[in-house]
Design a protein around this ligand. Structure first.
Ligand code: SF4
Length: 363
């Protein structure tokens, strides 16, 4: 009996503690489950976010493959409002075939309809956009797009020869990016190409514009067309010294009716280079980190181009076939005839950080 007492006591004690022990075990299990879920969930979420970021953007064409017909969104538009220019580049692919320019209010009406259709970036080009009304016409459009349409990005492509500091004072705050065309740092080559302007030195002018862009807080970009006369040049040091946000390097392109064919004002045949020669130029400049190359293939259909009548220009057949004007038929109807290749636009990096507020520049 004396021997049974401790074991009976132990049994009694165990039965008393059994339920609390089970409930502690359950609580521990629950706690472990909760901890496991809490630690694992953010990883899973991060993984999903990563997937979202890495997922390529779905284009209208993708949707159409799925049987959904969506209108093309004119996210980024190039408006060549004038064909007039003070230079005579031998390969020019938007030549002075007309002297027409829309009245300012009509141009604004078209820009408003593009904004309503989804435009986020407008680029003004030509011809030479500063030629009209000494840059006042352009200044008014730039101000309208930034101040009234609130477009994230407003940019200009210019040869730079007609820009004055006063223009920066009046309109610089409304402009995100100024791209200046420069094909060579050798003035003699510029003259051969047709960019020479008498006593004015294109390269010296480029340096002055770079300084104004810094002073008036406009992002500075350089565009170069690689052709027979500059394909052997080494521009690394000069480009690095100018330090543009982007250096767009295009392969010289033939467009029937502009710089090729019987009814063209220019004949660019003698400027054309092979794909291998273009690759050679890119290879020589590969250490320039801001270089963005554009071969003929990438360039042809990946731009939404509006001409001086606000008609989309379709380049699919190697020439510029116009749609009806967006002022007459609206954006949605006209854009169907634009020939725009949205996939190529995204592939060539057409969508980039294009607002100066987001560029975080070291002015
Ligand atoms: S500066 Fe531009 S628009 Fe003027 S001729 Fe040269 S390529 Fe053509």
């Amino acid at each position: 009996m004396g021997m049974l007492m401790p074991s009976a006591f132990a049994g009694r004690l165990l039965s008393l503690l059994w339920q609390p022990l089970i409930s502690v075990r359950r609580s521990l299990q629950l706690l472990l489950c909760w901890l496991w879920a809490a630690l694992r969930l953010p990883v899973t979420e991060r993984g999903q976010q990563q997937q979202i970021r890495e997922e390529p953007e779905e284009t209208s064409e993708d949707k159409e493959e799925e049987g959904i017909h969506l209108p093309t969104i004119p996210t980024s538009v190039n408006y060549h409002f004038t064909r007039q220019c003070n230079y005579k580049c031998g390969f020019c692919f938007h030549t002075a075939k007309t002297s027409f320019v829309l009245p300012l209010e009509e141009a604004k009406r078209g820009l408003l309809s593009l904004k309503d259709a989804g435009m986020e970036k407008i680029n003004f080009s030509g011809g030479e956009p500063f030629i009209q009304d000494r840059g006042e016409y352009l200044g008014q459009l730039v101000k309208f797009c930034k101040e009234e349409l609130h477009l994230p990005s407003v940019s200009i492509v210019s040869n730079g020869s007609l820009i004055r500091e006063r223009w920066f004072k009046n309109y610089g705050e409304y402009l995100d990016i100024l791209a200046i065309s420069c094909d060579s740092f050798d003035e003699q080559v510029n003259v051969l190409i047709g960019r020479g302007q008498g006593k004015k030195n294109h390269v010296e002018n480029l340096q002055k514009l770079r300084t104004w862009c810094r002073d008036y807080r406009v992002a500075f970009k350089i565009n170069s067309v690689i052709n027979r006369f500059n394909v052997e040049e080494d521009m690394k040091e000069q480009i690095k010294a100018l330090n543009p946000v982007r250096w767009k390097v295009f392969q010289c392109l033939l467009i029937e009716g502009e710089n090729s064919g019987e009814d063209a004002i220019r004949n660019a045949e003698r400027f054309v280079i092979s794909d291998e020669e273009f690759e050679g130029f890119l290879e020589r400049h590969k250490e320039v980190s801001c270089l963005v190359p554009e071969s003929n293939q990438k360039m042809k259909d990946s731009y939404l181009i509006l001409d001086e009548y606000m008609r989309f220009l379709n380049c699919r057949n190697g020439r510029k076939d116009p749609s009806k004007s967006i002022l007459d038929v609206g954006v949605e109807e006209a854009i169907k005839f634009s020939g725009f290749d949205e996939k190529m636009f995204l592939k060539r990096g057409g969508k980039y950080v294009w607002s100066k507020a987001d560029l975080k520049l070291d002015w």
